[in-house]
Design a protein around this ligand. Structure first.
Ligand SMILES: NC(=O)c1ccc[n+]([C@@H]2O[C@H](COP(=O)([O-])OP(=O)(O)OC[C@H]3O[C@@H](n4cnc5c(N)ncnc54)[C@H](OP(=O)(O)O)[C@@H]3O)[C@@H](O)[C@H]2O)c1
Length: 278
């Protein structure tokens, strides 16, 4: 039996592939376009589009557990195909937004909550991973960093930036041991760190000065929309960042509790990703 990793071209999905291979699992990696898959030898490649049910039956055939990205469409097809294949556990990459007090008003939370609920109604075990902000979000600064600047709204917003490999290690552990059925796990990095502090770490690791330029909320929204963010999402993200200027986002010890290892720091992330900024 294999473990299926959907979105194996993604930051987290790709890291889940590595963590499962390191754990000695037979891994099947999927993408909507298998030519984009760059996975270790021995990992099977398969096409799967969560929004095209016809691709899911073959992708799930012979699969005991699956790592799933949240897609707003198509989860019913996935649940049906997983039940038919006899999948025993699905681990979903959800979002901390579903655990926030304003979840009922948040579009991001709503999208993720709907998929969590659809999986919970399936005949297999399921676990939602609910990380806060990813360290990989700073890859969005690359064009500005090339000009020697980091442009961000709320530079003093402090978030528990998490390394994708910590999310992946949690996912892999659960996919292998089938634990945490029915749970939602709030995952964070080890400490709240502001965008300004992240810029300083990147400056240090990259060995070049970076000045921080604060964007207004309107400028930030304009940039997010230009990057293709859905129209109603930027406002809720900016609201969360505004709140964490006053009150840093809470960090949890869940990564350590599940994996036995402390979550990686932003500096570790930056050192591992130095080449991505060159
Ligand atoms: N960024 C954050 O701070 C944050 C915080 C909390 C939660 N999250 C969650 O994490 C996700 C982003 O994770 P990431 O950074 O690893 O993403 P990423 O690097 O952008 O990769 C996204 C993956 O989704 C796959 N995908 C997209 N549409 C698909 C479809 N129709 N069927 C199957 N696969 C599909 C893509 O695979 P192919 O293109 O190869 O098919 C790709 O591998 C967000 O969408 C959100 O749900 C993010």
């Amino acid at each position: 039996m294999s473990v299926l990793v959907t979105g194996a071209t993604g930051h987290v999905g790709r890291a889940v592939v590595d963590a499962l291979v390191a754990a000695g699992q037979d891994v099947r990696a999927s993408s909507r376009d298998t030519s984009k898959l760059d996975v270790p030898d021995g990992v099977e490649k398969v096409r799967a589009d969560l929004e095209d049910a016809s691709t899911l039956e073959p992708a799930l055939d012979g699969v005991s557990a699956a790592f799933l990205y949240t897609r707003p469409q198509g989860v019913e097809g996935f649940v049906k195909a997983a039940e038919a294949a006899g999948v025993r556990h699905v681990v979903l990459l959800s979002s901390a937004a579903t655990l926030e007090p304003d979840a009922a008003q948040s579009r991001i939370a709503g999208l993720h909550r709907a998929v969590e609920q659809a999986l919970a109604a399936g005949s297999f075990a399921s676990t939602a991973l609910n990380p806060g902000a990813f360290a990989t979000n700073t890859l969005g600064w690359r064009a500005d960093i090339a000009e020697g600047v980091v442009r961000t709204p709320y530079p003093d917003s402090r978030i528990g930036a998490i390394h994708e490999r910590d999310i992946a290690d949690v996912a892999a552990r659960i996919l292998v041991d089938g634990s945490h059925d029915g749970e939602s796990l709030a995952l964070t990095g080890p400490e709240p760190i502001s965008f300004r502090e992240q810029a300083a770490v990147l400056s240090d690791v990259l060995g070049r000065p970076l000045r921080v330029e604060e964007l207004t909320a309107d400028q930030a929204i304009e940039r997010m929309l230009a990057l293709g963010w859905p129209a109603d999402v930027p406002a809720s993200v900016l609201g969360a960042w505004a709140r964490t200027v006053q009150e840093p986002s809470a960090v949890t010890d869940v990564v350590r509790e599940v994996t036995g290892n402390a979550p990686r720091t932003f500096r570790q992330w930056a050192e591992e990703h130095r080449a991505d900024f060159s």
